[in-house]
Design a protein around this ligand. Structure first.
Ligand code: ADP
Ligand code: ZN
Length: 521
């Protein structure tokens, strides 16, 4: 058997493995299961392609994205690998021919859509391969699609645990670029990957500069931003189709070559716009999040968000489409209180169960904390993915540190309100206590008797919200998932509470201008 490195040279023409690739490949060749968390562009494909070539039989790759399947298979065929795909875009004759080649061991890699994989027909085919020991491995790409709380849930993915039950000896590799703790745990649980070795790559994208601006006049702000990026390709994300259309029209009036993209457009129009974005220079794609999954354009120079995304994972995914060539790129977002109101309403009004709502609230809070941070945005983003990092020098807060105030006393008040009420209440109730509001809940729990009751009338409600979010962001408070989002103090909170250290907080003043009319719930 040739070595993985020889195969890397000979088939793919690369000189060395990148990051954890070599270890992952060895682990799979040895028959182990793996969970691979690697950012977009990190090189996930080789992690299963090479073991598929080196193990006996065919590697079965589950992928939800038809367009991406086609691209991957085309690239593999070019490299001389015997690869094919099966999905709903093919006619019967083509699919039958591929099945025949599978049965007669003429393929090294087969890409299959999840709904196809679990049909009786395909399972029977795999049984036939397994009888002769011809299943090299299962690769589950975009494994976060199994997460019901993620941004990309695919019900068929849940059923993929059946693979392990049916073919327990075939090694499995699940891959994703989404790496927050919760999604990670869900992937492991739902795909029965408890015994899998977990490989985590750094999620840092050092060439992307992160900037968040307080929204006051979004169109002018966007235009100013685009003036710094003339003639290059970029994506402008909006929440609604209507806003996409209006923004694209308006940009064209301003002399910027912009195209709209959203699920409400004809397929032909969408494809045309996508092709133009990929092929022509300097197109600005104005889009909903329907655009981007599986778009492999290396020289996207910026990703701008006119509206707040759903979560930090979503934001990371969306901005990750910028600068895949490693050259400097910018991730820029306008943010206002409206966003908070809209997203909170979206969560509260959804038909989701309480559990899911709680998770979504937690994700939104983490994103808001990130928007409000006075610390390095990159470091905070990476910490969200459980990765420690130093201040980066390439984000707005590093480059232009925001104005700060000494928030030690405010933080002490906030934390003592949490402590004295048993660390099981959310910010809303604690703020009512601090502001001395005798609400029904305050009366019910006798919280009007606490020394902290009314101790915080020096800040308004928005000011306190900002304090709480920053405490969450700094890791001094933790929203306890087990206690319905109740705020608990972490070990890091003690020195501040005891007055052994001071705490700087970001000034809230400019925020009032951005959305002072709105009340946040
Ligand atoms: P992902 O699926 O993680 O987004 P890909 O597998 O598509 O990433 O790889 C991203 C790019 O990096 C591809 O162009 C791929 O050919 C290249 N690449 C991956 N591994 C290596 C390597 N070891 N050496 C050089 N280039 C690599
Ligand atoms: Zn930074």
């Amino acid at each position: 058997m040739p070595s993985p490195l020889e195969t890397l040279h000979r088939v793919f023409g690369y000189s060395s493995f990148r990051g954890p690739q070599a270890e992952i490949v060895d682990h799979l060749i040895g028959g182990g299961d793996a969970l691979v968390l690697m950012p977009t562009g990190g090189g996930k494909s080789l992690c299963y392609q090479i073991p598929s070539l080196l193990r006996q039989g065919v590697g079965v790759v589950v992928s939800p994205l038809i367009a991406l399947m086609q691209d991957q298979v085309d690239a593999l065929l070019q490299a001389g690998v015997r690869a094919a795909f099966l999905n709903s875009s093919q006619d019967f004759a083509t699919a039958s021919e591929i099945e025949r080649r599978l049965r007669s061991d003429e393929l090294d890699l087969i890409y299959v859509a999840p709904e196809r994989l679990l049909t009786d027909r395909f399972l029977a085919l795999m049984d036939h391969l397994q009888e002769r020991n011809r299943l090299a491995l299962f690769a589950i790409d975009e494994a976060h699609c199994v997460s019901q709380w993620g941004h990309d849930f695919r019900p068929e993915y849940i059923q993929l645990s059946a693979l392990h039950q049916r073919y327990p000896t075939v090694p499995r590799i699940a891959l994703t670029a989404t790496a927050d703790q919760l999604t990670r745990q869900e992937i492991i649980a739902r795909l029965s990957l408890d015994a899998a070795r977990v490989f985590i790559s750094s999620f840092d994208r050092p060439n992307i500069r992160y900037t968040v601006v307080e929204r006051d006049n979004p169109r002018r702000q966007l235009l100013d931003f685009l003036a710094r990026h003339r003639g290059v390709a970029g994506i402008v994300y909006c929440l609604s189709r209507k806003k996409v259309d209006e923004t694209a029209d308006w940009l064209n009036e301003q002399g910027i070559a912009a195209l709209p993209y959203h699920a409400g457009l004809d397929t032909a129009v969408r494809q045309n716009h996508q092709q133009r974005f990929l092929r022509e220079d300097g197109i600005v794609m104005v889009a909903t999040i329907a655009f981007g999954m599986g778009i492999d354009k290396p020289d996207v120079r910026f990703v701008a968000h006119l509206d707040l995304p759903k979560s930090l994972e979503a934001y990371y995914q969306e901005t990750g489409r910028a600068g895949r060539d490693g050259e400097p790129a910018e991730a820029w977002m306008t943010y206002g209180l409206n966003d908070v109101v809209i997203h909170r309403m979206r969560i509260e009004e959804s038909v989701a169960g309480d559990e899911q709502k709680r998770v979504e609230r937690g994700k939104l809070d983490a994103l808001l904390a990130w928007c409000e941070t006075a610390a390095c945005r990159r470091a905070l983003l990476l910490r969200y993915f459980s990765e420690e990092a130093k201040p980066c020098g390439n984000c707005d807060t590093c480059l232009e540190p925001p104005e700060l105030w000494d928030g030690t006393v405010a933080a002490q008040k906030a934390m003592s309100a949490a402590l004295r009420t048993g660390q099981r209440f959310g910010a809303g109730h604690l703020i009512d206590i601090l502001r001395g509001k005798a609400t029904e809940k305050v009366r019910q729990f006798g919280h009007g008797e606490l020394p902290t009751f009314g101790a915080g009338t020096d800040l308004d409600e928005a000011g306190w919200r900002s304090v709480f979010r920053q405490l969450l962001a700094a890791g001094l408070l933790h929203a306890d998932a087990q206690a319905y989002g109740g705020l608990r103090l972490t070990d890091a909170a003690r020195p501040v509470l005891k007055g052994e250290t001071t705490l700087s907080l970001r000034k809230q003043a400019s925020r009032v201008r951005g959305g002072g009319r709105q009340r946040v719930h």
